[in-house]
Design a binder for this molecule. Sequence first.
Ligand code: SAH
Length: 483
Amino acid sequence: MTPMSAYPPSHASTPLFPLFADLDGRAVLVVGGGKVARRKVEALLEAGAAVTIVAAALEPGLNQLALLGCIRQHRNAFDPAQLDGVWLVVAASDDRRLNREVADAAAARRIFANVVDDAELSSVHAPARVRRGHLQVAVSTRGAAPVLARRLRERLEAELDESLGALTALFAAQRARIGSRFPRPGQRRRFFERLLDGDLPRLLRAGEHDRAHAYFEAELAQDPPAATTGSVTLVGAGPGDPALLTLKALRALQTADVILHDRLVGPRVLDLARRDAELVNVGKRVGGDHRATQNRIHSLMLQHARAGRRVVRLQGGDPLVFGRGGEELDFLHAHGIPCEVIPGITAALGCAADAGIALTDRRHARGVTLLSGRDVATLDRAAVAAADRTLAIYMGAGELDAIARTLIAHGRAANAPCVVIENGTLPERRILTGTLAELPALARAHVVHAPALLIVGEVAAGARRATRAERCRNGAPTVACAA
Ligand code: SAH
């Protein structure tokens, strides 16, 4: 049996499980007596740990701590028996063999070991952290990039002001009173949110502690935030890239109880939702019964809102552009449910920007029309023929050649530039450029899948320029040109 066999297999790609350990009064063994050990010991003492150090000699700071009786010292060499009764061991010596021996002995006893600067030997990692009283933010890269973790910590240091410590301390001191005043978890959460959205953080930041306490007392004396009035917020998730969510959308996602989302909304956006939020995919399926799906969405919104929950109806792009957002709003109003709309970047705008297209570039276009692929056939000539009107056509991925033929039949020039943007703003984005006459062949050659947006008009030629440059830069096969 090799010494390594004591370890579970190391999966460098498996994420670590973050924990905050309560070491108050608990025995921790530190092996090593140099500067690195001292840093660890100081942090451990701060957490109340009962530290024993294994080292023949101690650097001056540690020596001082030993003299003051803050730590105990074993002068003899490391022996696995020293791990008896220990909750955690830190190997902080500069001898890798010794560190490995400590890690092996700890693993054999199922004791967590942190080996300083050795991710491979560590079964627990010490994160970079920012502390404001009880509030702690810990950053880990699984040992892959400590410098990056430190950079992030520096950013957080700047971002999280000192008053957060006072805020956390206030909540900690008042926890029992808050708990008895608002016994239901939902009420309690709403109370905290009301406080955080109100003046309390600002007063603490300004150092006005008396006023902050008075404010807190006044809020505590108020009626519990009504738990019976739920609400529905129609939220636009933008075209796909989570970074294109609005701040308001992000906030709605992080305070939602229930999220009813479309199929178009990707996992990276849903990852930003509150952990406890219930996620329901209410997406319409191609060939499915859309009326039944929409009725289900209406009844889910009603049911959850009436149960006092905060419902987010999350739709790709903007919730009121080519969705049933308008009908949903009417339905909610008719049923007296409080509702709000948070706009999102609609696909035409997101995809155009992504492809470097100015939809209303005054040199070529006097306006832009948003259309659905389904409606192209029923539009009159004037709506589509004018060369100075940009068309942004949604929901046309499956019928690009029919759309192209119809547009030409309606008088749009066969050589009008056009661009198809599939999965705009997402890493898997594809851009196809050509003319209207070339579109059917392009669509056949490249098998376009939804979601895809078609832009027709002189301004689409801009995509050719932008995307050609991009192709040269990346050599990526994401762009195809018919020309
Ligand atoms: N409310 C949405 C549109 C819903 S209709 C909005 O405002 O964007 C769905 C259509 O939107 C898709 O068929 C496609 O045409 C377009 N679409 C949405 N996201 C897209 C994306 N990332 N790339 C290309 N087209 C997209």
